[in-house]
Design a binder for this molecule. Structure first.
Ligand code: SER
Length: 888
């Protein structure tokens, strides 16, 4: 059976037993505390917790998982052994409050022994036995079920059932959430298969866990306690690549000569083949005894495994919209990609090799994961652009590392400063430097690295400090302002505090306010505050770091606490801001429609006269793409859909609501829905119907960091102003050209072409003139001591032309010396040229020009063969040159 058949047989087996086969969830996790989807159960957590009702009682799937960072991290082990991967598929069957341990265990046994024919005597089951202080109790129920199975098969339960503690037999997805005791199935593939359970959980390559059956019954709370869930569930996870690798390595259980390897199966062999085609090496399945000292072949085979694993991780992540970047999960991907590029050096792979592995991977996996096919181009482009960026610095980084190794031969430690320089200047993630160091016996000073990083952060913060203030009530608490600005633009309020804000402003805090304080990219409101008949202008509204709304007045003012005031937002300006904010949402939607779902917001600015939107994308937008986006979004605006806002619990967020990744959301979030097509989590203020936005004009796109682009746009009256000023300019141009505006481009093109032709003609004419002038000048040569001497004033318009004319004259002479002068722009320019014979006769251009320019009241000099200079033009230049005595 090959990998596709094994995957299919698993799903079929459970389908026949009443399970609904569901597609894999995205690698982008729903849970905020996860970097990547790391287990099949992630998407089912709300069902386990009883927050939502499962649409089916049983399910089966193959789930894409990444374990690289966080509680489950396999990155460091990849390559060094035969069974760790960062990306893997987890086959699973699920019961949501339906069947429990008996069915789960019996079906698992049936599938692996009857369908896949695993030798029964080589199988071991583990059962949960808590240690002191561990949750739950000994899993007697699972033990009894396994005991029955082994006795029926004539196998000794005392040998084939192994107890495990919390570390091995209590499954938790993270520190909190649904969890429970588990029972794992291990297979012993040692040559004789007679290890009697001694290798179970002993890190032996011969005996590995293939399936984890988790009996979800508890919820781990933040305070470290566990509480029973409303119902009991089954969550099983089988290492798909492990099973496929076992069947391949043992040739369907007929050979037991070497430890099983995930990498022996067709899943990886096809990628190895593609790698070999790009380099002079072949995968030979060797494994290192230990990571420290490897033979050449072991180190190469390790590189094959790392690269093959990493191309899967990168491709699948990008297909799910997670792109390499600078932070969080995106930085994990960047690190993994750079690791792969580094390992490519061990295999002498050419630059750009990594992106070339996308095609064979997509071909292999897209039948099971069609998203690879739909995102094929995106995956390739993203990897190419990341790889190219790192290719530019990797060699210089490695050279620096060599120097560091030589300098720190005695300490055997890479300093934090150097590790930081490698990170900051050459793009070497810390773990990459560490990896290279480890291979050479060097460690890295982590604390020093962190200190250097912190220094840089401090500098960056210092560079962008706003005049931050913290206002407190007399009890030391922050004041709370009731924000009424979603529905009102003015209202009465009471002042709570009035404090200086920097040297030139005053901040007023009130108990309620319609003023929106700058947040989420939307700038702060301006308007007025009236107290006792006196009007103050509020020029800006900010939040302090406690979230208090600060109304800012220019200058120092004292308004008594407790004063009754009337606050009014500048309504026109607010409306213009709202147009741009709603426009930003629609642009976000349009970008995703046209470019793809990998587009993620990376930042934004929403002002009253413009907006900009930063987003993840790997290349500049073409004019066609910009046009399509503009057309699409404006068409949507014309539909004039309603804008609706709704407050919901974060866990109820529907999948089609776009959140800003990396943004911290509270328990309750606000969904802004424009016309039913654009839905985003957003706390900002918006128009009430799309038509109010007016036209949106995209002003262009630019790159602001690797993989991040910025689009700028104007909406409403700003868009109209932009369009009509552009139109006016065009109209004026058409009038000047005396043509209809639609012919302007053609007319200008024709004029430019005409100009090109004229320039050509002028050049030819000038060249002809220059040649004639050179002839004329050469004809004036007079012989003096065997040297032909020309001393003349010439008609040229630039020193450059003087130089070229002089050189032409010299060429025409046999053994010549040429001295030319010209009046250029009210000044005298002179140049001298001497042939080698003239130089031998002691005529040196440099000397000649020095003397001549002194006479002209100027300066000049140069080499014996050529020199230039300048001086005053008193109208007698021709005379001076003619009378000039070459011999001095
Ligand atoms: N949740 C368990 C695991 O990931 C079984 O699916 O191992």
């Amino acid at each position: 059976m090959n990998s596709a058949e094994i995957r299919q047989s698993f799903l079929e087996f459970f389908k026949e037993r009443g399970h609904t086969v569901v597609p894999s969830a995205s690698l982008m996790p729903d849970a905020p505390n996860l970097l990547f989807t790391n287990a099949g159960m992630n998407q089912f957590v709300p069902y386990f917790l009883g927050e939502r009702t499962a649409p089916f009682p049983r399910a089966a799937d193959t789930q894409k998982c990444i374990r690289a960072g966080g509680k489950h991290n396999d990155l460091e082990d990849v390559g060094l052994d035969a069974y760790h991967q960062t990306f893997f598929e987890m086959l699973g069957n699920w019961s949501f409050g339906d069947y429990f341990k008996k069915e789960a265990i019996h079906w698992a046994w049936e599938l692996i022994t009857q369908v896949w024919k695993f030798p029964k005597n080589r199988l071991y089951a583990t059962v949960y036995q808590p240690g002191a202080g561990d949750p739950s109790e000994f899993d007697q129920e699972a033990y009894d079920i396994w005991k029955g199975i082994f006795l029926d098969e004539g196998l000794d339960p005392a040998v084939h059932i192994v107890n495990g503690d919390k570390k091995d037999n209590f499954w938790m997805m993270g520190d909190t959430g649904p969890c429970g005791p588990c029972s794992e199935i291990h297979v012993d593939l040692a040559p004789e298969g007679d290890t009697r359970g001694s290798l179970v959980n002993a890190d032996s390559p011969w005996c590995i866990e293939i399936w984890n059956l988790v009996f979800i019954q508890l919820n781990a709370k933040e305070d470290g306690t566990f509480e029973p869930l409303p119902a009991k569930h089954v969550d099983t996870g089988m290492g798909f690549e492990r099973v496929v690798g076992i069947l391949s390595t043992t040739k369907q259980f007929t050979e037991f000569n070497s430890p099983p390897s995930n990498y022996e199966s067709d899943l990886f062999q096809d990628i190895f083949k593609a790698i070999s085609e790009l380099c002079p090496h072949t995968y030979r399945s060797t494994l290192p005894e230990n990571g420290q000292s490897m033979s050449e072949q072991e180190s190469r085979d390790c590189a094959f495994r790392v690269i093959a694993d990493h191309i899967r991780t990168l491709s699948f992540s990008i297909a799910d919209g997670i792109l390499p970047g600078n932070e969080g999960r995106n930085y994990v991907l960047r690190r993994i990609l750079r690791r792969a590029v580094l390992y490519g050096k061990k295999l002498d792979l050419p630059q750009g090799f990594f992106a070339q592995l996308v095609d064979p991977l997509v071909e292999k996996m897209s039948a099971a994961f069609p998203e690879l096919n739909t995102q094929h181009t995106v995956i390739k482009k993203v990897i190419t652009s990341e790889e190219t960026a790192f290719d530019k610095t990797i060699d210089r980084g490695l050279a620096l590392l060599e120097k560091v190794f030589a300098e720190s031969e005695t300490t055997k430690q890479i300093t934090g400063e150097k590790a930081f320089e490698l990170y900051d200047t050459y793009g070497f993630p810390l773990d990459l430097t560490e990896l290279i160091g480890r291979e050479r016996g060097y460690s890295v000073d982590h604390d020093g690295f962190e200190a250097a990083m912190e220094r840089q952060r401090r500098m960056a913060r210092a560079a962008q400090v706003k005049s931050a203030i913290k206002v407190q009530s007399s009890e030391g608490d922050a004041f709370k302002t009731d924000f009424i600005g979603y529905s009102s633009l003015s209202g009465a309020a009471k002042t709570l505090a009035s404090v200086p804000y920097g040297a030139e402003k005053t901040a007023i805090i009130t108990d309620r306010s319609p003023f929106y304080a700058e947040m989420g990219g939307q700038i702060g409101d301006s308007g007025s505050l009236i107290v006792e008949g006196k009007t103050y202008r509020i020029t800006d509204t900010q939040k302090d770091d406690q979230g208090q709304i600060l109304h800012l007045l220019d200058g120092q003012h004292a308004i008594d606490d407790g004063s009754e005031v009337v606050l009014s937002v500048d309504a026109d300006r607010r409306q213009r801001i709202e147009r741009h904010h709603s426009a930003a949402h629609i642009v976000n939607w349009g970008l995703r429609e046209v470019l793809g779902s990998h587009v993620r917001q990376a930042g934004s600015l929403v002002a009253d006269d413009r907006m900009r939107f930063d987003f993840s994308h790997y290349e500049a937008l073409s004019n066609d793409e910009l046009d399509s986006i503009e057309r699409l979004i404006n068409a949507r605006i014309l539909e004039n859909g309603l804008v609706q806002t709704d407050e919901i619990a974060i866990e109820d967020k529907p999948d089609d609501v776009v959140a800003v990744f990396g943004e911290k959301y509270g328990n309750r979030v606000r969904v802004v829905d424009i016309g039913g097509f654009s839905k985003e989590l957003c706390g900002g203020t918006h128009v009430s119907a799309a038509g109010e936005i007016g036209p949106i004009k995209l002003l262009g796109d630019s790159g602001i960091a690797a993989g991040t682009r910025r689009i700028e746009a104007v909406a409403g009256e700003s868009a109209l102003a932009w369009i009509s000023s552009g139109f006016r300019t065009l109209d004026q141009t058409a009038k000047i050209l005396s043509c209809p505006i639609h012919d302007v481009a053609v007319r200008i093109e024709a004029l430019l072409e005409e100009r090109k032709q004229l320039e050509k003609k002028i050049k030819a004419f000038e060249q002809k003139n220059a040649a004639a002038a050179a002839d004329d000048l050469a004809a004036t040569a007079q012989e003096s001591s065997g040297i032909q001497v020309v001393k003349q004033q010439a008609q040229v318009s630039s020193p450059k032309d003087l130089k070229s004319l002089g050189a032409q004259v010299l060429e025409k002479l046999d053994k010549g010396c040429v001295v030319l002068g010209a009046s250029i722009g009210g000044k005298a320019s002179v140049a001298a040229f001497c042939s080698k014979e003239a130089i031998a006769a002691d005529l040196k251009a440099g000397d000649i020009i020095r003397r001549l320019t002194t006479e002209l009241g100027g300066k000049g000099g140069g080499k014996p063969e050529f020199a230039m200079g300048g001086g005053q033009d008193r109208g007698d230049l021709a005379q001076i040159i003619e009378n000039f005595d070459l011999q001095g």
